[in-house]
Design a binder for this molecule. Structure first.
Ligand code: TRP
Length: 333
């Protein structure tokens, strides 16, 4: 029996944080037994808005591989592969760009939002505007049908499927499968300051490699209900970052429901809810931190894992490239 294929990945722009964990890493851990899984260290995509800072992009390759392995990605079940070393991805991207319009790329909600956040104005790197076609190449080169990602990536999967349908229509057959995004119910985790996006550059993230001190400080600084001034005051759950994180990480959902009710009634201060969250995060991250430190000592092993994964991925993606080139009716030598 062939297992269904998963392809997903992360831009190599810094170590992963607990938003990545809740957003897709937890799903990837869950699927690695039942699916054939490829995890892409997306360094070429990282370059689309970091061309001026290749050092960050390069150094983050090992950092993210360490995060994967420390979190429990098993290299005998999942292949960790390096995007820039898979030429078929770049070649397919170039072909796919003929099946998407500039207007459609500009309308992609993820791209629109990222252009706004980065303040590109009209000075958008062409590679950045076009990265949805490259992401379609990533996904389809593996013939992946399942893509575990955070909520913000959904429009990219939608656009991938549009490209797939156009290519299949042109080829007159089902050359490429459509893919389904797997998105966590909890939605995207905000930053500890309550801002919509958790990011390392925003200084509002908790890294998967955070020290216990960093975790403590981050939870203490977390945005709650600004109107709750005394313990007796009724508190609000809405927009309260501590509860948003508890929703994502607390296994005891009944206990959490009681806690919420108490907080809303009044009589429960921020100290108590923060203590509960901190204990949960310390417990989640401690074993990851320990494994990560051990693995970081053995860079050779991590490199071997990436090399082996990239070799497996190369075979897979080259085969798809040959299929697509021939299905599109290009001349065969
Ligand atoms: N765009 C993803 C991110 O920003 C990274 C990524 C690259 C990806 N290629 C992918 C995700 C393919 C899923 C599938 O983190």
């Amino acid at each position: 029996m062939n297992k269904p294929t998963i392809l997903t990945g992360d831009r190599t722009t810094g170590p992963l944080h607990i938003g990545h964990y809740a957003g897709s890493l937890a799903n990837r851990l869950q699927y690695q037994e039942t699916h054939e899984q490829f995890l892409l260290l997306a360094d070429s995509q990282a370059l689309t808005d970091n061309a001026h800072n290749p050092e960050k992009v390069r150094n983050s390759v090992i950092e993210i591989a360490l995060d994967y392995l420390a979190a429990g990605i098993d290299p005998s079940l999942s292949s960790i592969c390096l995007q820039s070393h898979l030429p078929a991805l770049t070649e397919l991207s170039m072909l796919y760009l003929n099946f998407v319009t500039v207007a459609r790329l500009e309308r992609n909600p993820t791209i629109k939002e990222e252009i706004r956040v980065r303040g590109f104005g009209r000075d958008i790197p062409a590679g950045f505007l076009c990265y949805p076609a490259a992401q379609a190449a990533d996904i389809t080169a593996f013939k992946a049908t399942v893509v575990p990602v955070g909520e913000d990536q959904a429009p990219l999967i939608e656009q991938t499927n549009e490209i797939v349908r156009r290519i299949n229509a042109t080829a007159g057959g089902r050359i490429l499968p459509e893919a389904q995004a797997i998105i966590p119910k909890a939605g995207r985790l905000p930053g500890i300051d309550g801002k919509a996006k958790m990011s390392k550059s925003g200084g509002n993230a908790i890294a998967l490699s955070a020290s216990s001190d960093e975790i403590r400080r981050a939870v203490r600084a977390m945005f709650t209900d600004p109107n709750l001034l005394r313990v007796e005051d009724p508190g609000s759950i809405e927009g309260n970052v501590v509860f948003t994180y508890l929703d994502a990480f607390d296994q005891d959902q009944d206990g959490l429901a009681e806690l919420k009710a108490h907080y809303q009634r009044g009589g429960l201060g921020d100290g108590k809810i923060k203590a509960r969250l901190e204990a949960i995060l310390q417990e989640l991250i401690a074993p990851i931190r320990t494994r990560r430190a051990q693995l970081a000592e053995d860079r050779g092993y991590v490199l071997d894992v990436i090399r082996a994964g990239t070799d497996r991925a190369r075979e897979r993606t080259e085969a798809t490239k040959r299929d697509v080139v021939s299905a599109l009716g290009l001349f065969q030598l």
